[in-house]
Design a protein around this ligand. Structure first.
Ligand code: KG4
Ligand code: ZN
Length: 410
């Protein structure tokens, strides 16, 4: 019944045309609302059919979760529930639109924290039902990857390195809805590790870092290092010839070095060790070297298997950790060495946001996505993988890569 009502409204709309297969076509005055609640940020955005951002809102929970030592799912859910309505209203107000002007609602359905995803999906479904709007389910990691296409000339296929607080992935983006997974995180994500080591080094006790994410604090502290070569870290998975990632060993290694230095300096309570900037610099370099090492193999795998033609030698770095200039420059260095070009979206859309969800909705509509399927509870998938899994094929290819040491390069 709802579907029929919805169809009738859309058929009579001047903005959206429906073909017999119920495909929505886009036009430049098409309005898309994007809703993101997969982790700890409630993000909303309103964009038009040309991809222009008309209004956006972001309710970050970072400051609250920091007190709990990481994202607390129950707290995240409560805050999403509090914030979702004002966040949508704010994005619409800034766009000078009402929900009636919206032609489609894109919402993150996977992957992420189940109870956080549910808040966004339930609210999107409620809006869709109340106002007869079509819904577009969005894969959070696809959205991180494809938002780069809003800012750069990136035709498919291209490589993507997605690095955030919850994920670490290497993939080939073949189309809007076609990805090939080349490598994935085996334990902690890089952002998660940076947050944990920042907390362990007590960076928050310095006022200049007290209000920023752990990753950003480590980057800033590292930029003040006087001896970035003071600490040595091992290269994770050095002998494993795949593109997977492991950051937990680096975290443990930092812990051991820190304990030794704290003991040496008797740095108790809230005191930081005097070499904290050097330790941050060495750790950040170790994270970057691991990312570069795995990405190098992904490039070689794509080249060996002709997955990327010479005019598509492009790599997108996205996700919160892509905001890190040292890490991006490290990938850029590798790209230059291998004949590739590295891209990243602007920092405000590297981290979680509503714009990337609305943009992905628009990309799907441009690809004639059938927006008439209702989103069901089973569509919410907290552990959804990204695309077709080629991780084992990469390993079987047994490609050896030289280690790139970045200390003296960047
Ligand atoms: O993509 P995102 O907003 O959320 C997830 O989907 O996880 O990424 C958040 C992560 C946090 O772990 C944060 O510490 C990290 O991105 N991050 C950074 C920087 N800015 C944010 N890591 C390193 N350097 C930065 N400048
Ligand atoms: Zn994310």
């Amino acid at each position: 019944m709802l579907l029929h009502k919805c169809l009738r409204r859309l058929v009579t709309s001047s903005v959206i045309r429906i073909c017999p297969s119920r495909t929505l076509y886009t036009s430049s005055n098409h309005i898309i609302l994007g809703i993101e609640t997969s982790c700890d940020d409630t993000g909303c955005a309103v964009i038009d059919g040309s991809g222009n951002i008309l209004g956006e809102s972001l309710y970050s929970q970072n400051a609250i979760h920091t007190k709990y030592g990481g994202v607390n799912p129950l707290v995240a859910k409560i805050l999403h529930r509090e914030n979702i309505e004002p966040a949508v209203a704010e994005a619409l107000n800034k766009a000078d639109k009402t929900i009636k002007d919206v032609d489609a609602i894109a919402v993150t359905t996977k992957p992420g924290l189940l109870i956080s995803l549910q808040v966004g999906v339930r609210y999107a479904k409620y809006l869709a039902r109340m106002h007869s709007k079509p819904l577009i389910p969005i894969h959070h990691m696809e959205a991180h990857a494809l938002i780069a296409r809003k800012y750069h000339d990136l035709e498919f296929p291209f490589l993507v390195l997605l690095i955030s607080g919850g994920h670490c992935l290497l993939a080939l983006a073949k189309d809007v809805d076609e990805f090939v997974l080349l490598g994935k995180g085996l334990d902690n994500a890089p952002g998660e590790v940076l947050d944990k080591v920042a907390r362990r080094m007590k960076l928050k006790n310095r006022p200049e870092y007290s209000r920023m994410s752990g990753g950003r604090a480590v980057e800033l502290a590292a930029s003040k290092a006087s001896n970035p070569g003071l600490f040595e870290f091992p290269l994770p998975l050095a002998r494993v010839r795949d593109c997977n990632f492991s950051f937990s060993g680096l975290k443990d290694s930092l812990e051991r070095k820190l304990i030794k230095k704290e003991f040496e300096h008797q740095a108790m309570g809230c005191e930081l060790i005097p070499e904290v900037n050097d330790l941050c610099a060495a750790f950040q370099t170790a994270v970057a070297e691991h990312l570069v090492h795995r990405t190098h193999r992904a490039i070689m795998f794509c080249e060996k298997n002709n997955l990327i033609t010479p005019n598509h030698r492009k790599i997108v770095v996205s996700g919160g950790v892509a905001c890190n200039n040292f890490i991006f420059k490290s990938i850029e260095y590798l790209a230059n060495q291998t004949g590739y070009k590295a891209y990243r979206p602007p920092p405000q859309v590297c981290t979680d946001n509503g714009v990337m969800i609305a943009w992905n909705g628009l990309e799907k509509l441009r690809k004639q996505y059938d927006a008439h399927k209702d989103i069901c509870v089973k569509d919410i998938d907290p552990t959804a993988p990204l695309g077709k899994n080629l991780v084992n094929q990469v390993k079987s290819a047994n490609i050896s890569t030289k280690v790139t040491r970045l200390k003296h390069i960047i």
